[in-house]
Design a protein around this ligand. Structure first.
Ligand SMILES: [Zn+2]
Length: 254
C-alpha cells in the first residue's frame, strides 16, 4: 500500500482515539457535579428537617401560651360566677366557661400532636444527618475513583496527541490540509477502505476503472470515492487456499 496512505490511516485512528479521550476528559466535570449535587440534596434535606423542628417548637410555644391563656380566662370566669347578680348573667358566664374549656381542650390536643410531630422531625434530622455522612463518604470515594480515571485518560490522551503530532510532522502539509478538509466534513473519517469493490463508509460501488487504479496505485497517487470524496485505499485479500476448498468438497461428498 501507498506509504502516505498508511500514515494517513494511522493518523486518522490516532485522531479518533484522541477525540474520544478528549470527550472523556470533558465529561469529568459533569460527573463531579453530579456527585456534588447528591451531597447537596442530602445536606438540604437535613436543613429542611432542622427547620421543621424549629417551626414545630415555635408552634408548641404558641400553643402552650394559648392553653395558659384559656386556663386564665376560665379561672377569671369562675371567680366572676360568685359576683353576678342575675341568673341571666350567671348562665352567660357558664356558657363562656364551657367555650373556654372547649378551646383549651382543642389547644391541648394540638399541642400533643405537635409534640408527636416534633419527635418525628427530630428523628428525621438524625436520619438525615446519618444519610448525609454516608453521602459525603460515598462522594469522596467516587471523586477519588474519578480522579484516578481522569489521570489515566489524560495520560492516554497525552500519548495519542503526541503520536498525532508525530504523524502530522511526517506527512506533507498539502496532504494533511487535504485530509483535514475531508475529515471535517465526515466526522473525522477521511480515509475509507474499499470492501467488495465499494466504499466502506458510504457503501457506493467503485467503478471498475478506479478499482483497477487502486490495485495498481503507486507511492504518490491518491484516489477518492466519487460519492463521498473520502480518500480510498484497497488491501488485496489473499486468494483462498485451493487445497482447503477441495478438502471441504471431498468432505461434503463423502
Ligand atoms: Zn464513499
Amino acid at each position: 500500500m501507498n506509504a502516505l496512505i498508511q500514515k494517513l490511516i494511522e493518523l486518522q485512528s490516532l485522531e479518533l482515539r484522541a477525540g474520544e479521550l478528549r470527550q472523556q476528559i470533558d465529561s469529568f466535570p459533569g460527573k463531579i457535579l453530579q456527585i456534588e449535587q447528591g451531597v447537596k440534596a442530602a445536606r438540604d434535606a437535613v436543613a429542611a428537617a432542622k427547620q421543621r423542628v424549629l417551626d414545630l417548637h415555635k408552634d408548641r410555644k404558641k400553643l402552650e401560651l394559648d392553653v395558659e391563656d384559656w386556663r386564665g380566662k376560665i379561672k377569671k370566669y369562675k371567680d366572676q360566677l360568685y359576683q353576678v347578680k342575675s341568673n341571666e348573667a350567671y348562665r352567660a358566664l357558664q356558657e363562656e366557661i364551657r367555650n373556654a374549656e372547649a378551646e383549651m381542650g382543642r389547644a391541648e390536643d394540638r399541642l400533643l400532636e405537635e409534640m408527636v410531630g416534633g419527635e418525628d422531625a427530630e428523628r428525621e434530622v438524625k436520619q438525615g444527618e446519618a444519610a448525609l455522612k454516608q453521602a459525603e463518604a460515598d462522594a469522596q470515594a467516587e471523586r477519588a475513583k474519578l480522579m484516578a480515571e481522569k489521570a489515566v485518560v489524560e495520560k492516554d490522551f497525552g500519548e495519542a496527541d503526541a503520536d498525532v503530532k508525530d504523524h502530522l510532522a511526517q506527512l506533507p502539509t498539502e496532504l494533511v490540509d487535504h485530509y483535514k478538509r475531508i475529515a471535517r466534513r465526515h466526522g473525522g473519517v477521511a480515509v475509507a477502505e474499499v470492501h467488495d469493490e465499494a466504499c466502506s463508509m458510504c457503501s457506493v460501488r467503485i467503478r471498475p476503472h478506479l478499482m483497477q487504479l487502486l490495485r495498481q496505485s503507486g507511492e504518490e497517487e491518491i484516489f477518492h470515492c466519487e460519492t463521498c470524496t473520502r480518500i480510498l485505499y484497497y488491501v488485496e485479500k489473499p486468494a483462498p487456499a485451493e487445497g482447503k476448498s477441495e478438502a471441504s468438497v471431498a468432505e461434503a461428498g463423502s
